[in-house]
Design a protein around this ligand. Structure first.
Ligand code: TYC
Length: 104
């Protein structure tokens, strides 16, 4: 009888996308402001996000023109570390440069 059949869908080990291996990922967003020098932004992006001078300069201009831009996508801990690194450098040099993180 149908009632006695095992519920195959319940019992399989098939996992939904969230249950599989990959950890949740976070975008780190760089924000424009009126005071941080462009060259400082480029240096910070190169050091913190491991970008070439060319890639960092491109991103800086994109953020300068559009208001914000994505520096990269990372696991929670790595994204937090990068946001903190930007905060520390900006504080140290007295600029309002800022990044935030948001779930992918
Ligand atoms: N808008 C800044 C200026 O004109 C440059 C800048 C670019 C600042 C990107 C922040 O994330 C930023 N000096």
């Amino acid at each position: 009888m149908a009632e006695e059949l095992p519920d195959l869908l319940e019992e399989t080990d098939i996992k939904t996308e969230e249950e599989v291996d990959e950890p949740p990922m976070y975008r780190v967003i760089l924000h424009n402001d009126d005071y941080t020098p462009r060259e400082f932004v480029v240096q910070v992006v190169m050091v913190v996000f491991n970008k070439s001078e060319e890639a960092a300069t491109q991103l800086m201009w994109r953020v300068h023109k559009n208001g914000s831009g994505v520096c990269g996508v990372y696991t929670y801990e790595v994204a937090e570390t990068k946001v903190g690194a930007v905060r520390n450098l900006a504080r140290e040099y007295g600029f309002p440069l800022r990044t935030t993180m948001e779930p992918e």
